[in-house]
Design a binder for this molecule. Structure first.
Ligand code: NAD
Length: 288
C-alpha cells in the first residue's frame, strides 16, 4: 500500500467534483476524468465555485484554495490513470455504463494492487466487480452530496472484496479524508437510500395525487420533523434522473412496489426537469 494514495476520479459531475475537491483538500494528488471537454470544464468550474464558497465562509484561505485546485489535474484522457492507486468511479447511475468503465479501468490502471471503487448509490458492487478480473480489489465507497459538507460514507464490500481492500478503503476515507463510515451489505440502495428513496417517492406520489402542494409537503417535514430540507427540495438537490435510476435499481433487486419510480418522476425526467442542476425540478432555481 502506498503512503499516500494517488487518486483517480472518473466523472466530474455533482459527486465526482466533490470527491476530487475533498481528496485534494486533504493533500492527495488527484486526476479527474470526463470524456468530453465541456463536461470537464463544467466540473472544474464546480470545484472552483465550491472552493470560493469555502473561502467566503472563512474555512479556507485564498492561497490554500488555489493550491487545492492546482493539485487536481482535469483530463479527457483516461490513460493518465495508469499510475493511480485508488480510483473512485462517479459517473452516471447506469449499470451498463459502469460495467463498461470498470472493464476499461482494469486495463488502464497498471498496478494490480490498485483499488477500483464505485460511488454508486444503488447498483450492487458485485455487478461492477465482475467486470474486472480483480473483484477482490473492488469496493463501494458511497459519499453524500455535497461531499465537502456531509461527513458520511457508506462502505460496501461485495462478497468477493478482500479484507485488505476494505481496510485500505476505510483508512483512506476515515483517516485521510476525515469522513465517518457505516458498513452496508451489498444490496441495491445500501442503508441510506433504502430508507430515503421510498420516502422521496412517497412525497412525489402525494404531490402527484393533489393531496398537498410541494411547498406544504416540504414545510411539513422541515417544521414538523426538524429535517433540514423537505423531500422535494432534497430530490431536486440529488437530481431527479439519479433518483429515478436509484429507484429502478432497487425495484429490480427487490420487486417491492414502494421502490418503483412514480410516473410523475418519470415524466419530469423525460422533460429534462432534473432539479437544481438543470435550473428546474419540483421547484424553480432559474433566479438563483
Ligand atoms: P452527474 O450527472 O452530476 O455527473 C455524472 C458525470 O459523469 C457527468 O458529468 C457525465 O458527463 C459523467 N460521465 C458519464 N459517463 C461517463 C463515462 N463513461 N466516463 C466518464 N464520465 C462519465 O451525477 P452525480 O450526481 O455526480 O452522480 C454520480 C454517481 O454518484 C452516480 O452513481 C450516483 O448514483 C452517485 N451518487 C449521487 C448522489 C447525488 O446526490 N447526486 C449522492 C451519492 C452518490
Amino acid at each position: 500500500m502506498p503512503d499516500l494514495e494517488r487518486i483517480g476520479v472518473v466523472g466530474c459531475g455533482l459527486m465526482g467534483s466533490g470527491i476530487a475537491e475533498v481528496a485534494a483538500r486533504n493533500g492527495l494528488d488527484v486526476i479527474v476524468h470526463e470524456p468530453e471537454q465541456p463536461a470537464l470544464d463544467a466540473g472544474r468550474e464546480r470545484v472552483r465555485s465550491s472552493l470560493d464558497r469555502a473561502v467566503a465562509r472563512g474555512k479556507l484561505s485564498q492561497a490554500d484554495a488555489d493550491s487545492v485546485l492546482a493539485r487536481i489535474r482535469f483530463s479527457t484522457d483516461l490513460d493518465l490513470f495508469a499510475d493511480r492507486t485508488f480510483v473512485i468511479e462517479a459517473i452516471v447511475e447506469n449499470e451498463a455504463a459502469k460495467v463498461e468503465l470498470f472493464g476499461r479501468l482494469d486495463k488502464v490502471v497498471e498496478s494490480t494492487d490498485a483499488i477500483l471503487a464505485s460511488n454508486t448509490s444503488s447498483i450492487p458492487i458485485m455487478k461492477v466487480a465482475m467486470a474486472t478480473p480483480r473483484p477482490d480489489h473492488v469496493v463501494g465507497v458511497h459519499f453524500f452530496n455535497p461531499v465537502p459538507v456531509l461527513p458520511l460514507v457508506e462502505l460496501v464490500p461485495s462478497l468477493l472484496t478482500s479484507d485488505a481492500t476494505e481496510q485500505r478503503a476505510r483508512t483512506l476515507v476515515v483517516e485521510t479524508l476525515g469522513k465517518s463510515v457505516i458498513r452496508s451489505q451489498d444490496r441495491a440502495g445500501f442503508i441510506v437510500n433504502s430508507l430515503l428513496v421510498p420516502y422521496i417517492l412517497a412525497a412525489i406520489r402525494m404531490l402527484d395525487s393533489g393531496f398537498a402542494s410541494a411547498e406544504d409537503i416540504d414545510t411539513g417535514m422541515v417544521l414538523g420533523c426538524a429535517h433540514p430540507m423537505g423531500p422535494l427540495h432534497l430530490a431536486d438537490l440529488i437530481g431527479l434522473d439519479t433518483i429515478k435510476a436509484i429507484a429502478e435499481a432497487m425495484y429490480d433487486e427487490f420487486k417491492e412496489p414502494l421502490y418503483s419510480p412514480a410516473p410523475f418522476l418519470l415524466r419530469m425526467v423525460d422533460a429534462g426537469l432534473l432539479g437544481r442542476k438543470t435550473g428546474r425540478g419540483f421547484f424553480d432555481y432559474a433566479e438563483r
